[in-house]
Design a binder for this molecule. Structure first.
Ligand code: UDP
Length: 471
């Protein structure tokens, strides 16, 4: 069956950006839409990303259309079609800007599809707004960020707050939210430049302009988690946001119950549970660049903290040095993986009691949903703001100690060990664990079918777009 032969009434197009952290939540959104009667969903991607998406949606009726990824883009190695495959995140701007070359193929494909009721496309695919206007359907944007970090980013830009202090680490109070203090180091380079220019800046302007001119923004978060900021944003910008998450709760992670099909690391976690030991999960997302020196320090810190740990590195992370140095004295206490894992399956495992995380927004939400407290170690993008939210606002985590106290400072093993022990065994660790568990329960309620705040928000949004006369 293809989309054109379907009797379904409502057709939604989803177009995620080619990075795992941006794609995964929209695949969950596909599921949420398909749980409603009479919906068909078409997901656009590129051939290089097809198998990841097809695999994730294999038990659904979603259609997938592959577009060719632009070829011969200066600086982008052939065959790289997602940000986690980029040799360095410094190539993000040329990668993201090149997606515009897909527009003609995207529009050719749209012409062949049944009438589209609306599209949700990633904020980074700014050019999809022009296509939506051309074909006469509304575009919703997904940036994959919390509204907390959007509020803070907007506040510092509008009032040029980052250009007063002399040091990048000086605390700046936000007049709109006087209990919040940020530093210049909490923001990416285009924010810190008083006269920004260049491809990354142009890209930011294009994405923001297109977002403002779109129908609205879906937020992968739940109102109860950041009500103050949601209210502020809607008051300042008009009511154009819909809190429809945490999208990771759209379906349960695929937990294999057949013992022989269990991944080895889940069997290892089962063992830890039987032994009554709790485990620290360590992972820094799909794309952060981490130096060999820093990896080595993490290895020593984990070893000296004497906690049980499961550390997921990425294939492209550098070797951390002498592997035997790490393995010595650890025995069965820790395992290190270099493959793609089901992170949510790990986080909900009963033995996992802490998450040393880079604070990518998906990781933060997945941790909260599992009731697991976070040891925050932000690395790039809006992660330093997510870390502030985690530690200072909702208090579901602690922060690693950097050697110079700066948000972007190097983390030595001593600072890591101290905070790992505090999270896993200390009094403040206990408090943030309790908070994480409480927010986890609220998150589940928000996503409850028929009654949860996020479920109802998506209903209102979808109804307004598909049955305009009802609103
Ligand atoms: N993820 C996963 N397995 C891995 C690595 C990552 O399932 O081995 C998922 C993780 O659960 C999350 C996403 O990839 O949903 C990463 O998004 P996040 O916002 O946390 O970080 P990013 O990769 O965008 O920096």
């Amino acid at each position: 069956m293809d989309a054109s032969s379907s009797d379904s009434k409502y057709h939604v197009v989803l177009f995620p950006f080619m990075s795992k952290g941006h794609t995964i939540p929209l695949l969950h959104l596909a599921r949420l839409l398909l749980r409603r009667p009479n919906f068909i969903v078409t997901v656009f991607t590129t051939s290089g990303n097809h198998s990841f998406i097809a695999n994730s949606l294999s038990d659904t009726t979603a259609f997938i259309i592959d577009l060719p990824f632009p070829q011969n883009v200066p600086q982008i190695p052939a065959g790289v079609e997602s940000t986690d495959k980029l040799p360095s995140m410094s190539l993000f701007a040329p990668f993201a800007l090149s997606t515009k070359l897909m527009q003609p193929d995207f529009e050719k494909a749209i012409e062949t599809l049944p009438r589209v009721n609306f599209m949700v496309s990633d904020g980074f695919l700014w050019w999809t707004l022009d296509s939506a206007i051309k074909f006469g359907f509304p575009r919703l944007v997904s940036f994959g960020m919390s509204i907390y970090s959007s509020c803070l980013s907007k506040a510092v830009v509008e009032q040029r707050l980052l250009f007063g202090p002399e040091s990048d680490d000086e605390l700046i109070t936000l007049p709109q939210f006087p209990w919040i203090k940020v530093t210049r180091n909490d923001f990416g380079s285009t924010f810190r430049d008083s006269e920004p220019s260049g491809p990354h800046f142009e890209f930011n302007i294009a994405t923001i302009t297109a977002a403002i001119n779109s129908y609205g923004t879906i937020i992968n978060s739940f109102y109860e988690l950041e009500a103050t900021f949601a209210d502020y944003w809607n008051k300042e910008n008009g009511n154009k946001t819909w809190f429809v998450g945490p999208l990771c709760l759209a379906d349960a992670p695929r937990v294999e119950h057949e013992p022989r099909k269990k991944p080895t690391w889940i069997k290892w976690l089962d063992q830890k549970l039987e032994q009554g030991r709790s485990v620290l999960y360590v992972a820094f997302g799909s794309q952060a660049d981490i130096s060999a020196q820093q990896l080595k320090e993490i290895a020593i810190g984990l070893k000296k903290s004497k906690v049980n740990f499961l550390w997921v590195m990425r294939a492209k992370d550098p070797e951390y040095g002498d592997e035997s140095e790490l393995e010595e004295g650890i025995g069965d206490r820790g395992i290190i993986l270099r493959e793609w894992v089901d992170q949510r399956e790990i986080l909900i495992h009963q033995s996992v009691n802490g998450f040393l995380s880079h604070c990518g927004w998906n990781s933060v939400l997945e941790s909260i949903c599992a009731g697991v407290p976070i040891l925050a170690w932000p690395m790039m993008a809006e992660q330093p703001l997510n870390a502030r939210m985690v530690v200072e606002e909702i208090k579901v985590g602690l922060r690693v100690e950097t050697c110079n106290g700066s948000v972007r400072g190097f983390v030595k093993w001593e600072g890591l060990k101290k905070m790992v022990k505090e999270l896993m065994e200390g009094e403040t660790g206990k408090q943030v664990r309790k908070n994480a568990e409480e927010y986890g329960e609220i998150a589940k309620k928000a996503m409850e079918e028929g009654s949860g705040s996020s479920w109802c928000n998506l209903d209102v949004l979808v109804d307004g777009l598909c049955n305009p006369r009802n609103t």
